[in-house]
Write a protein of this length. Structure first.
Lengths: 530, 327
């Protein structure tokens, strides 16, 4: 691992001044030229060239088991293969596991026999089992444990002769296979498990099991990933990927405000774009890929003014979902429950939604005081929260809007002691594995003050029963039926008002593509087209 | 050695330097206290933010203990204080990286554009200010004097991010000549330095013009003109040295402000310096990084101001006893 000299910029100073004085201009491009200009590697006939793009921010860790931010997930997907992968048509397909069988007890994985770590170590069933045991060990403190394994304990057993790994769950969790597609469940190779802190800092090259290894990192500046020689076990996705992987992927953190400009000037090859930047990239000249990060929906706190279902109905009657969509992000898609269309079991039946009727709503809402807590990342400068404030105020409500930054907003909504300080919020999910429980668990089951995850502060017994039945289902089809029932019951009791998905639109220059697989961005699909 | 020290006894320099040292110590103590306390005013629970929205209550408590946020405030302050004196600013809550390492990576980027900007501002201001002063000497070209006063007052008041956005729109997006952001190559330095220096050029140029106008009316300059010495030589050899004290002082103060002002311009250009780092750290409630960066910027500002005082005293020994006269 190499590090750029920290005093290099000072050398640039003199040169920069000289360039200003000589009215210097650049050549045709920056990194974009690198992407085109690099010669194909002799060692890696399948991978050549370089692709340069942005990251939300610095990753918090390079250890997939400890991943908790979008950047962590994005990079974990490159460096660490998961046993299962999501697919647009098949739902869940094999990754490091060639086959899998789900049961009430958990899932049995048949591990493929042609997989190797970055240092050439064979990825055997024992290697997979050790990594999953580390992930599920409470001492590891994996933030995504519940999303991957559900709420119970995990026992991992291995049968090397049969080539299988059994993941047993003490509490039923029907989304276990979807959970094992989560990038945070990426398999860490043996040398990494011997030095988890080293993996955390990205300093164990032999820990990588995925298509790329991190070869250079300077926090705040740049992360470089290099294609692992001979890697060819790409998932058998139903959508065929054209082009070839790049030998080098470079990521610059914290530049999302400038990266659209940098793509236009050729400094970068791809970038996520906000809706207001879309017009700058005509579809005939640029490649587009769209999916979602999660979903937006209103959650009512039933411990205050919205304890009465009629009040919740009145609030729902003043919300125009299409207007919200136009205000927040016109590229988004409307949703019908707590998840976007990319989530396997998402309810799509709109008949459970409340029709608009502002006049009827005003009769109930007039004079009532409502505290909205929202975050300024929902729409430009928090326009999502402002929309809610506006429509409720139009119905005669005295609205107090706390349009806070993410940290403050989370603190208010997720602290049981703050339960009396807000009445409604726009919840925003980050659902990288397309799980139905992610989102639905905020409106069913016990409330936060009872050790649960629900923000509604009133347990909807019927919806919770359906949710629990969904978790106990033996296969995903059965689970989907119960999940959708739980969502519909939550809609009937108006604990939520579905709004839109949280879109993720990625633009790339000609000759570079990146795909959303099953509605989720997957940077391992970055491809160059010669 | 002893004789030398005895010789310094009663010296205005000894008094001046000991006074500056005392001021330095007081300022540092206040800075340390402020950097510790100010982050506690930021709303939101850092453990909850670091653990993420999907974290369970157990994981949030686990995170709180890992980050020592469960300790009493006095104990957290003691850990911070003892860390500073042992050269340990702690680890980032978010990435577990040593704060010193984060500062060491980011500081050169900030210092580079601030230094580059002050050099550009200094040179640009001297050329502009002296030219205007020369052309308007003795109430000639009155229109230029008025135009310069009005334009420079207006242009120095523009926030740096306005210049940044305009420069990106023209030179990066419209013309494609320069990078729009990041620090990937030497060209990347041009627009941030230009944006940061633009307003400063006019601030310093106003002082240079005024000082030059005064110097040009002095007897020795009249004599120089009478001797038919070339105009370039008059300005460079005789006028310029007399402008340096006030110009350097102002430039030093502007430099200290630029380090702080880089917070905004670094966001405009996605520049990987201290400013961008502290903004991200505030949003992430990354207390050690916020403290480390603000402490660094504060120490930089204190040291710069002290250096300016010392340089000024060297130029003008009357300032050595100025404080004493008031005491």
């Amino acid at each position: 691992m190499t590090h750029r000299s920290r005093w290099t910029p000072l050398l640039g100073c003199g040169a920069a001044v000289a360039l200003i004085a000589s009215a210097c201009t650049t050549d045709d491009g920056g990194a974009g030229d690198d992407a085109n200009g690099n010669e194909a590697s002799q060692e890696n006939p399948g991978a050549s060239g370089a692709i340069n793009g942005p990251l939300n921010d610095d990753p918090t860790t390079f250890n997939p088991a400890l991943a908790s931010s979008l950047s962590d997930y994005q990079l974990a997907r490159l460096g660490f293969d998961t046993v299962l992968r999501a697919d647009e048509e098949e739902g869940v397909i094999g990754g490091l596991a060639s086959d899998f069988e789900q049961s009430e007890d958990g899932v049995e994985l048949t591990i493929r026999d042609d997989a190797y770590c970055a240092d050439g170590t064979e990825i055997t069933p024992s290697v997979v089992a050790d990594s999953l045991s580390y992930l599920s060990d409470p001492d590891t403190g994996a933030p995504q444990y519940a999303q991957i394994f559900g709420s119970g304990d995990v026992t991992v057993t291995v049968d090397d002769d049969a080539g299988t790994v059994m993941v047993e769950l003490s509490e039923p969790y029907s989304e276990i296979t979807q959970g094992l597609t989560h990038p945070a469940s990426g398999i860490i190779c043996p040398e990494g498990l011997d030095d988890p802190e080293g993996v955390d800092q990205g300093q164990v090259p032999a820990a990588f099991s995925g298509p790329y290894s991190m070869t250079e990192s300077t926090s705040g500046v740049e992360y470089e990933f290099t294609f692992n020689e001979d890697y060819d076990r790409w998932p058998q996705w139903s959508q065929e990927l054209e082009g070839h992987p790049a030998e080098t992927l470079t990521f610059v953190p914290g530049v999302l405000d400038t990266s659209p400009n940098q793509v236009l000037t050729g400094e970068m090859d791809w970038t996520p774009v906000e809706h207001f930047d879309v017009d700058r990239f005509p579809e005939e000249e640029w490649n587009y890929s769209q999916g979602a990060v999660g979903a937006y929906y209103v959650i009512f706190n039933t411990s205050g003014v919205f304890s009465d279902v009629e009040m919740r109905e009145a609030a729902a009657q003043v919300i125009d979902r299409e207007a919200f969509q136009q205000v927040v992000d016109p590229t988004s898609e409307l949703i019908a429950a707590t998840a976007d269309a990319g989530v396997q079991c998402a309810n799509t039946d709109e008949s459970f939604l409340i029709d608009q009727d502002p006049d009827a709503a005003a009769e109930l809402l007039e004079g009532e005081a409502v505290n909205i807590v929202s975050t300024n990342v929902i729409g430009a400068n928090g326009s999502g929260g402002e929309y809610m404030q506006d429509v409720l105020a139009s119905a005669g409500t005295e609205v107090d809007l706390n349009n806070a930054d993410v940290g403050t907003w989370l603190d208010v909504v997720m602290s049981p002691e703050e339960a009396n300080n807000w009445d409604m919020t726009i919840w925003s999910t980050v659902n990288v594995a397309g799980l139905t429980v992610n989102g639905l668990n905020r409106v069913v089951g016990p409330a936060l003050d009872e050790g649960g995850t629900s923000f509604t502060y009133e347990e909807n017994t019927d919806a919770t029963d359906a949710y629990n039945q969904a978790l106990q289902a033996e296969d995903i089809d059965e689970a989907c039926g119960y999940f959708q029932e739980a969502e519909q019951l939550a809609l009937e009791d108006i604990f939520i008002v579905p709004l839109t998905d949280d879109p993720n639109v990625v633009v790339s220059r000609e000759g570079v593509t990146v795909e959303h697989i099953a509605g989720r961005e997957d940077l391992s699909t970055l491809r160059l087209h010669d | 050695m002893v004789e030398k020290l005895q010789g310094l006894k009663g010296s205005p320099w000894l008094y001046f330097l000991s006074q500056k040292l005392l001021e330095l110590i007081v300022a540092f103590v206040v800075l340390v206290a402020i950097t510790f306390l100010i982050v506690l005013l930021i709303p939101g629970d850092p453990a909850r933010v670091i653990a993420g929205p999907d974290a369970s209550q157990e994981h949030i408590e686990f995170t709180r203990q890992r980050l020592d946020l469960d300790l009493p405030v006095w104990q957290q302050f003691w850990n911070y204080l003892s860390g500073i004196f042992t050269g340990d600013l702690g680890q980032s809550f978010r990435t577990n990286e040593e704060v010193w390492n984060i500062v060491a990576i980011r500081l050169p980027f900030t210092v580079t554009i601030a230094l580059g900007a002050i050099v550009v501002a200094f040179i640009g201001a001297i050329i502009l200010g002296m030219t205007v002063a020369g052309l308007t000497r003795g109430n000639r070209n009155r229109w230029l004097d008025v135009t310069f006063s009005w334009a420079s007052a207006t242009l120095q008041a523009f926030p740096t991010y306005v210049y940044g956005a305009i420069l990106v729109a023209i030179f990066a997006v419209a013309l494609g000549w320069l990078p729009a952001g990041g620090a990937s190559n030497v060209q990347s330095y041009i627009l941030p330095i230009a944006a940061l220096s633009f307003g400063a050029v006019f601030s310093v140029a106003r002082i240079v013009r005024r000082e030059t106008a005064n110097v040009l009316e002095m007897d020795y300059m009249r004599t120089a003109r009478g001797w038919r010495i070339s105009r370039l030589k008059q300005y460079v050899k005789y006028a310029l040295p007399n402008l340096m004290a006030s110009t350097l002082t102002l430039s030093g103060l502007i430099f200290a402000n630029m380090i702080g002002g880089a917070v905004v311009i670094e966001s405009v250009f996605a520049w990987p310096g201290l400013g961008n780092g502290v903004v991200g750290a505030i949003l992430d409630r990354d207390y050690p990084v916020i403290r480390g960066i603000i402490l660094t910027i504060g120490v930089f500002a204190i040291m710069t101001n002290t250096m300016i005082d010392i340089v000024l005293a060297a130029f003008d020994p009357r300032t050595l006893t100025a404080g004493k006269a008031f005491s």
